[in-house]
Design a protein. Structure first.
Length: 266
C-alpha cells in the first residue's frame, strides 16, 4: 500500500517565493515595454509636431523678402520672437487714385485667402518700373476703411478701400496688383510653467494662438543666414522630458530639434 505524502510548509514557501519572483520579473518586463512604447509614441508625436512647424514656417515665410521701397518682410525683434508680413493674398487693382484703391474681387482669387480687413490688414502696391525712371518696387499702404461697393473700368463690380500710402515721389499707376498682408508675430511664451510657440496678430491686438509645444527654454531661435536669409531653430520637448512623478526623471536626450534655413536667391 502506497502512502500519500502532502506538501510541506517549506515547499509551499519556496513555491510562493518563486511565483513572486516570476511575477515581479514579468511586471518589470511589462513596465519596461510600456515605457519603451510610450517613448516611441512621444517621439513620433514630437516629430509630427516639428513637421507641422516646418510647414508653418515654409508656408508663412517662403515668399518673404526685401524691397527697395517696402523694406524687409520680416524683422527679428529679439530672442524668441520675430515679426513678419503674413501674406493673405494677391489683389487685382483696377483703379488707384490718391488715397482710394479699387480692386476686382473676381480676379486672382486662387492666390487670395480673403479680402483685406480695415484696421487689420495692410497692402503692398506694385509699382512697375522702366529702364529710365525707377526699379520695380512695392509701395506700403495701410487700409483705413472699406470695402465699399464700387465700379471698375469696364463695368465690373469692385471693392473700394481708403488707404494711407507711404510717401513716394514717383508716379503711381492707375491699375496694378497689390499684396495684402496682416502684421504677425511668432513668439515663444511661457504658459503655466511650460514654454510654447504661438502666433499673434499685432495690428488687431489679438491673443496668442498656440502653434507648438512644449519647447525647451530658449528653444525658439531666429538667426541670420548670410546676407538675405534666416535660419529657424526649434527644440521641442517630448513627454519623457517633461514627465513628473515617483521614479520618473525627465531625460534631455528625448528632445528633438529642427533647423530650417530660408535664403532668398536672386
Amino acid at each position: 500500500m502506497i502512502a500519500r505524502r502532502g506538501v510541506t510548509l517549506v515547499e509551499l514557501l519556496v513555491a510562493v517565493v518563486v511565483a513572486a519572483v516570476l511575477l515581479t520579473m514579468a511586471i518589470r518586463v511589462q513596465v519596461a515595454a510600456e515605457r519603451s512604447g510610450r517613448s516611441r509614441l512621444e517621439r513620433l508625436a514630437a516629430t509630427a509636431s516639428l513637421r507641422t512647424a516646418a510647414k508653418l514656417v515654409r508656408w508663412e515665410w517662403a515668399g518673404l523678402g526685401s524691397d527697395s521701397v517696402a523694406g524687409p518682410d520680416y524683422a527679428v525683434l529679439g530672442a524668441g520672437r520675430v515679426a513678419y508680413r503674413g501674406q493673405t493674398g494677391l489683389l487685382a487693382v483696377c483703379r488707384l487714385s490718391g488715397d482710394t484703391l479699387t480692386v476686382d474681387p473676381t480676379q486672382l482669387g486662387a492666390w487670395r485667402q480673403r479680402l483685406p480687413v480695415s484696421g487689420r490688414d495692410s497692402l503692398l502696391i506694385y509699382l512697375p518700373g522702366d529702364s529710365a525712371s525707377r526699379l520695380d518696387a512695392w509701395l506700403p499702404a495701410a487700409v483705413a476703411s472699406g470695402p465699399e461697393v464700387a465700379a471698375c473700368p469696364g463695368g465690373a463690380v469692385g471693392a473700394r478701400y481708403r488707404i494711407v500710402p507711404a510717401a513716394y515721389s514717383e508716379p503711381v499707376p492707375e491699375a496694378t496688383v497689390a499684396r495684402s498682408f496682416e502684421p504677425l508675430e511668432l513668439r515663444a511664451y511661457n504658459s503655466a510653467g511650460s514654454w510654447q510657440l504661438g502666433q499673434v496678430g499685432t495690428a488687431s491686438g489679438g491673443v496668442v494662438q498656440p502653434a507648438l509645444g512644449p519647447l525647451a527654454p530658449g528653444g525658439f531661435e531666429i538667426v541670420p543666414a548670410g546676407a538675405t536669409g534666416l535660419e529657424v531653430r526649434i527644440r521641442l520637448l517630448t513627454g519623457r522630458e517633461t514627465a513628473v512623478g515617483p521614479g520618473v526623471v525627465p531625460r534631455a536626450g528625448d528632445s528633438l530639434a529642427l533647423a530650417l534655413r530660408l535664403v532668398n536667391v536672386p
